[in-house]
Ligand binder design. Structure first.
Ligand SMILES: O=C(O)CCC(=O)C(=O)O
Length: 296
């Protein structure tokens, strides 16, 4: 595709190219309800993520109860993804669609205005998910930028999206917390390989495409570090769509569970996927760009 600013999976070569988009998008005027402070905006711009300890601890129990309900009520459906070499639950997709409580949380007046502020516009919910890492058997997620997949496989044109997520169990240094590389969202890694049709059927259990090669990671990590995001249940994290992240196996005694929602700007509507294949199914990447409103 000729107007592809972020080509990836074009064959053999892997390349680091500069980001072409802002990290924080400005509204025309700053609004009275803008809720992030200047220091938080600067942290996000520089590092690509924000952490809010004790954001809404009172929501942990109700959200956990919804996860329990959904893992039974969605049995047998595509929204439930199992561990790569096992039958344990790895991910539940689309909890926002199947749970009023989850949907309300991700439209909460404490959360949604921060997302709109960072993206500088109304937003729609492109994806929601629960990531579950059982004690001892929960498997890793390889290094990746979410944007790379959303661009190639879903047709997201620009970097104007983010993920907000809440910890439903403690995330500590031993139970497979999210690792991020602060500052890596300023680079784009054009990965090698080519996407096969229905790649998602295997990539959700174990991602292989869109995963930078060791030589590229050595370059990225040359003057950067890895940071593990840990916190108590109820901690909220926001990470930028192009931030490199991944997580290790959970070989501890403690399960790790997080619930995520991806918001995309309504000015960044999906097009035909840049990899040239059919878009992934709606439960992975919604093409309904109706803006979300605050929960009552
Ligand atoms: O929850 C994790 O450990 C990894 C999540 C992740 O990389 C993703 O959802 O894109």
């Amino acid at each position: 595709m000729t107007d592809d600013l972020y080509p990836s999976r074009m064959g053999g070569r892997e390349q680091i190219i500069p980001r072409q988009d802002p990290v924080i998008y400005q509204h025309g005027l700053s609004r009275p309800d803008d809720s992030l402070r200047q220091s938080q905006l600067e942290h996000y711009e520089k590092n690509g993520y924000l952490v809010f300890p004790e954001f809404m601890p009172e929501m942990v129990e109700p959200l956990q109860a919804e996860v329990q309900r959904l893992r039974h009520s969605l049995e047998g459906r595509e929204e439930l993804v199992r561990e790569p070499q096992g039958t344990e639950l790895r991910t539940i997709f689309n909890p926002c669609r199947f749970s009023r409580i989850v949907d309300g949380f991700f439209r909460h007046p404490k959360l949604l205005p921060m997302v709109q502020q960072l993206l500088g516009s109304d937003v729609y919910q492109m994806q929601s998910r629960v990531n579950n890492k059982p004690a001892y058997t929960g498997k890793s997620f390889a290094w990746h930028s979410d944007f790379e997949t959303w661009h190639v496989e879903d047709g997201m044109p620009r970097m104007r999206a983010l993920t907000a997520w809440i910890m439903l169990t403690e995330n500590h240094e031993h139970n497979g917390p999210l690792y991020v590389i602060p500052g890596s969202h300023h680079l784009y890694i054009s990965c090698r390989g080519r996407t096969a049709a229905d790649n998602y059927k295997t990539s959700l259990r174990q991602q292989k495409l869109g995963v930078p090669q060791p030589q590229t990671m050595r370059e990225v990590l040359g003057d950067r570090e890895i940071h593990a995001i840990t916190g108590k249940p109820g901690t909220l994290v926001i990470h930028e769509c192009n931030l490199l992240h991944g997580s290790p196996d959970n070989i501890s005694n403690d399960p790790r569970q997080v619930m995520m929602c991806v918001y995309n700007s309504v000015h960044n509507r999906p097009r035909a996927p840049f990899g040239g294949l059919q878009p992934r199914p709606d439960f992975l990447s919604s093409r309904d760009t109706t803006p979300v409103s605050l929960a009552a």
